[in-house]
Design a protein around this ligand. Structure first.
Ligand code: PMV
Length: 310
């Protein structure tokens, strides 16, 4: 019997521009997680994957190429040199809300890949796990930048540029985030394709906005490394204004972002694909309770206050 856990994640800054080659920063969120547990099944039973939170149960031998969990399980077995389907029952659980920018798909796949490595007594290097999980991310995102699978597989804050090895980095001091769910499910593939269509119409304008986002991501990294929370907060606000200008914010996001700022957050922005999903607000121990309450009063479905970079 083997089991493995993977965290949720937030993109701190740089979403969307990261698809166009600019850097982004993401961090794991350990308050929400996905778990995979593998138990031996009766000989000849084959491999069943049960994801009860998603209402899914599938037989690995029969599942099609459009089932991301089956695809990632088969790729992982092949990578480990297992050529016949083992007799296993794999159970997946997750309390990460789906389609809301917290990396639920990447976390489920990461837990699954790690559990398979563990069941076969093999070490699971983050770079290999990330590469396998990327294949399943393609189902959720189309052509993802790879940031979700990377931060979830590495489990620490990362500096990410598409096509380059990720750089895990250390903060001068942990910072506190309030993560609030608009309750609106917004598949990333839709906002990413909306941005692409707009970029095709007006490349010069969009490239200039992506450059501005890239510059502020550099500034966020240096503020995180010197522990300057107030600079990080202002840069969150700047990033939110740029994301709004490319049409990926929405009324529900704007309401929560304003509520957080009014209640004392040093900055707030959408996180992930946008169009709904979650917002993040940078808070301090002293402002966290008021921001938490204000977000719920403004209609957030769920608020998580979490340290990152600890
Ligand atoms: O919605 P999320 O958190 O999975 O993040 C998507 C991030 C984008 O930059 C919008 C897309 C991508 O592939 O990086």
């Amino acid at each position: 019997m083997a089991s493995a856990t993977a965290p949720g994640k937030v993109i701190l800054v740089g979403e969307h521009a990261v698809v166009y080659g600019r850097p982004a920063i993401a961090a794991p969120v350990w308050q929400v997680a996905a778990t995979a547990t593998i138990a031996a099944a009766a000989p000849g039973a084959g491999c069943t994957i049960v994801a009860s939170d998603l209402g899914q149960a599938l037989q690995l031998a029969e599942a099609g190429e459009d089932e991301p969990l089956a695809v990632v399980a088969r790729l992982t077995l092949a990578r480990l040199g297992v050529n016949s389907i083992p007799d296993w029952r794999i159970e997946l659980h997750s309390d990460i809300p789906i389609a809301s920018g917290l990396g639920s798909g990447a976390a489920l796949s990461t837990a699954l890949v790690r559990a398979i490595f563990a069941q076969l007594d093999r070490p699971a290097p983050p770079a290999v796990v990330s590469e396998l999980v990327y294949e399943s991310e393609r189902f959720y995102h189309g052509a993802p930048s790879g940031i979700d699978n990377t931060v979830v597989a590495y489990g620490q804050p990362i500096w990410f540029v598409k096509g380059q090895p990720p750089q895990p980095f250390t903060l001068a001091a942990p910072m506190l985030l309030a993560i609030a769910d608009t309750g609106i499910r917004s598949p990333t593939v839709l906002t990413v394709s909306k941005v692409r269509a707009a970029w095709q119409q007006d490349r010069a304008r969009y490239e200039a906005i992506f450059d501005a986002i890239g510059d502020l991501v550099h500034a966020v990294r240096s503020a995180l490394e010197r522990g300057d929370a107030s600079a990080v907060g202002s840069l969150f606000n700047e990033n939110q204004a740029l994301l709004k200008s490319i049409g990926v914010s929405c009324d529900a996001i704007d309401v929560l972002v304003n509520a957080a700022r009014t209640a004392g957050a040093s900055g707030a922005k959408l996180s992930g694909g946008g169009g709904g999903g979650n917002i993040i607000a940078l808070v301090e121990p002293a402002t966290a309770p008021a921001v938490h309450a204000a977000l719920l009063a403004a209609g957030a479905r769920r608020v998580i206050v979490t340290a990152f970079g600890a």
